[in-house]
Design a protein around this ligand. Structure first.
Ligand SMILES: Nc1ncnc2c1ncn2[C@@H]1O[C@H](COP(=O)(O)OP(=O)(O)OP(=O)(O)O)[C@@H](O)[C@H]1O
Ligand SMILES: [Mg+2]
Length: 363
């Protein structure tokens, strides 16, 4: 039997195309380790996010390609991940935050905080390091949704963010008492945010999810400006009045040169638990249509489920409270799309570099 060589495996892998980056795994330097023992090939593929939605396809394509080599009996694929950094964040945030993703809407009450919280936990469940920044100055309710009652501690003049469900959290709510009137002027918002970015011991974060206040008012504008954002996820509900606000939200981010990663439709439908009948309470298909109109990716529908609301009230977000529920599954899938969109964007910015990758010699 012919002996399988590393060069043969590399050539085989140079024909496996990363489905979102449209380049092969060798050019993208995603092949981390190759071990060959007789007919057994063990590979480690470096993904651009642990939350890669196409892990299964990549695995199948790798196995398929390597199995065509004569003498290969078994192929085992291991995955590791390295989330690329948004280069624009460097220098602006002198911390280990690699990507900052805002969750926003043009309108209040559509479920931004619910989506932001569950999105952050979903990314952590996939193996990413995640922080959550509740920048909602009007109603910072993320600590409650995360089940965090304690205030951050300080150590050596650094703020230590409390952690729950594998996510580190900082909230405007930590700075103000629950019944304090909230009157923020621009400079106050800026200095609070600067503190959140520079004085908080975030550590290395693959993703910092930022829950922005509702609307396109001054507050969210200055928040979006003082943070360097990798991208924004826009949350809407299906009805027309909410949708027209999406357009305003999208144009605000466009003006600020913050890319729109995608649009999420929340409270899309309700399935009656007793009959299984689906009700489109706020209409149907509006989010997808709106996303298309503004040229954004539609990332999915999250149903209206009483457990989502209870989870928020009781500090047990739906992705941990009831992982099998349709709402939890929808948010997990959305989180993987957000992670992929961030990686694709960062790598696309870096792609000219890959064009100079040396040609592989055929063996
Ligand atoms: N899919 C859902 N199913 C059931 N309840 C939901 C769902 N999404 C959000 N909710 C509930 O709706 C209410 C509003 O949600 P949330 O606070 O996340 O909205 P928001 O957009 O952040 O609001 P605000 O603009 O005030 O910040 C909360 O009580 C939340 O638990
Ligand atoms: Mg909110």
């Amino acid at each position: 039997m012919s002996k399988v060589t590393e060069a043969q495996v590399i050539v085989a892998l140079s024909h496996v195309i990363e489905p979102e980056l449209h380049k092969d795994l060798v050019t993208l330097k995603m092949v981390k380790q190759i071990e060959i023992e007789d007919g057994q090939v063990n590979l480690t593929i470096m993904l651009t996010t642990p939350a890669c939605p196409l892990k299964g396809k990549i695995e199948a394509d790798v196995v398929g390609a390597v199995q065509t080599i004569a003498g290969v009996e078994k192929v085992t694929v291991h995955f590791d991940a390295h989330v690329p950094t948004d280069a624009r964040l460097m220098g602006k945030m002198d911390i280990g935050v690699h990507n900052a993703v805002a969750v926003a809407s043009g309108k209040g009450g559509v479920g931004k905080s619910t989506i932001a919280t569950n999105l952050a936990i979903s990314l952590a469940l996939e193996g990413a390091t995640v922080g959550l920044l509740d920048a909602d100055i009007y109603g910072p309710n993320v600590p409650m949704m995360m089940g965090i009652n304690e205030r951050p501690k300080s150590q050596n003049n650094r703020i230590i963010p409390p952690e729950a469900h594998g996510v580190k959290l900082m909230s405007m709510g930590f700075l103000i008492g629950p019944n304090d009137p909230v009157i923020w002027r621009g400079p106050m918002i800026h200095s609070a945010l600067r503190q959140f970015i520079q004085d908080v011991e975030w550590g290395e974060l693959d993703y910092l999810i930022v829950d922005l206040p509702p609307g396109t008012g001054d507050a969210s504008l200055s928040l979006a400006q003082s943070l360097s954002l990798t991208g924004a996820v826009i949350v809407t509900t299906p009805q027309q009045v909410a949708l027209s606000d999406v357009v305003r939200g999208v144009s605000m981010f466009k003006q600020l040169q913050v890319p729109i990663l995608g649009v999420v439709e929340n409270m899309s439908y309700f399935v009656a638990p007793d009959t299984g009948q689906r009700y489109d309470i706020f209409g149907q298909g509006g989010g997808a249509k709106m996303a298309q109109e503004v040229g954004a990716v539609f990332m999915g529908e999250v149903p209206l489920e009483p457990q989502v609301r209870l989870g928020g009230d009781e500090g047990q977000p739906i992705v941990v409270r009831d992982p099998a529920s349709a709402a939890a599954q929808a948010i997990r899938a959305i989180a993987r799309q957000v992670a992929a969109a961030v990686s694709v964007q960062n790598i696309a910015a870096d792609l000219p570099k890959f064009k100079q990758a040396p040609e592989l010699k055929m063996v």
